[in-house]
Design a binder for this molecule. Sequence first.
Ligand code: 6PG
Length: 229
Amino acid sequence: MHSHEYPTVGALAQAAAEKTVAALSEALQQNHIAFWMLAGGSTPMAAYAVLARKYVDALDWSKVTVLIGDERCVPPGHPDSNWAQASGMLDTLGIPDENRLEPPIGRGPEAAAEAYQQALAQLPALDVVWLGVGPDGHTLSLFPGRDVPAGRLVAAVYDSPKPPPQRITLTFEALKKARHCFILAAGSGKAGVVARALSGDTRLPVARAAVTVRDAGGAVHWLLEKHPS
Ligand code: 6PG
């Protein structure tokens, strides 16, 4: 695993954008298609802005398929929607509608999770995976001490400690598809869990996610804000 520290969220966002473009370009050279999984939460927003501002011409975005690691069960376009917050960037980059794997959240947690799982199962790999991390060490919508349904690639969540309570989330099993996993850790209150995760404390979902990717042959890059404001 690689961990990189950045002095500001802006520097972390620039690095996330650069590394993502490099990994997607490599996938496009090899396979002529690429798959990119976005992260929820607010940290990715700065990196979305960098990509939209500086990398529109960096690669053929029309050959990139985009999905998201977890989504809140809120109406489309709702300010709490992880997908809605990425849509402007997807428009600017020119990701075609047919390559936008938006979770069908309107079907409700169970049906949306099942539909998303069927879509995910068709994908050969996840060339780039972004993950966020919460102050309790959660990632995706996988929280400490909570069971994850066995044998699922995507699960419904009804009692997320982080509001809103209802979500769908990829599981650790799904992360075995990841080729390059970038864990974006910015914002206050996370330094302790990041240190525990880097020491291998897999009671923390973000640590278990990183180990799962690594043990399946993927590369894990921790992008850390050095002195969170
Ligand atoms: C969500 C996310 C969640 C998020 C972390 C970090 O739906 O909230 O999937 O796992 O990535 O909580 O959130 P911030 O980036 O806002 O700190």
